[in-house]
Design a protein around this ligand. Structure first.
Ligand SMILES: [Zn+2]
Length: 192
């Protein structure tokens, strides 16, 4: 589908949603709203046309003797759940133990952003981040933790406003070595 088609489908859908809420998309205050909402929607879901793995692979450098844990903490997460299309927001923490190569730190954040600009599930997102880091950098170990609030839980249904969800995926030495795993969780503020 070309960009023009997808934008007109989005605009029509937004106008239909406004009508379904009981409002009138033709009233003065809503002039241009379906089109603006369509552009915002397109921006929030622009992660489908970019390959995050290729993006990450562009910014590798030799480890140059560094063999310690690399931790990128507190990467902002803003995505939409695939069950309700409602926002989920929180933080992503990524750790890896390099082998021969280091990852570009800003590209890690950018690759995660690409994955969040799709309809997502927190468990799948956590796994997909670990997958692309493994495939690109072949580290000795990788760990990903995601802490997120889901609006489908906090703002509707059970309205558990203080509840958040934590998901952790560990691979390689960050999985098999309990000390390293504990170090990662502790440095992310997730150790019990
Ligand atoms: Zn949901």
């Amino acid at each position: 589908m070309n960009a023009e088609d997808s934008m007109s489908i989005r605009s029509r859908a937004m106008a239909a949603l406004i009508r379904a809420t009981g409002d009138d998309p033709a009233r003065l205050g809503l002039t241009g709203t379906p089109e603006r909402a369509a552009r915002a929607h397109a921006e929030l879901f622009d992660g489908y046309d970019i390959n995050p793995q290729a993006l990450l692979a562009k910014a590798m450098e030799p480890a140059d003797g560094y063999a310690g844990l690399v931790l990128v903490r507190g990467i902002r997460l803003y995505s939409h759940c695939e069950h309700h299309m409602l926002p989920m927001e929180g933080l992503v923490h990524v750790g890896y133990l390099p082998d021969s190569h280091l990852l570009g730190l800003s590209k890690v954040a950018r690759a995660i952003e690409v994955l969040t600009r799709q309809l997502q599930g927190q468990e799948r997102l956590t796994r997909e981040i670990a997958d692309i880091i493994e495939k690109v950098a072949h580290p000795k170990g990788v760990a990903v933790a995601v802490v997120a609030r889901h609006h489908c839980i906090t703002e509707r249904g059970v309205r558990q406003t203080d509840s958040d969800t934590v998901t952790v995926v560990t691979r390689g030495t960050l999985d098999s070595n309990p000390g390293l795993r504990r170090d990662f969780l502790g440095l992310c503020g997730l150790a019990g």
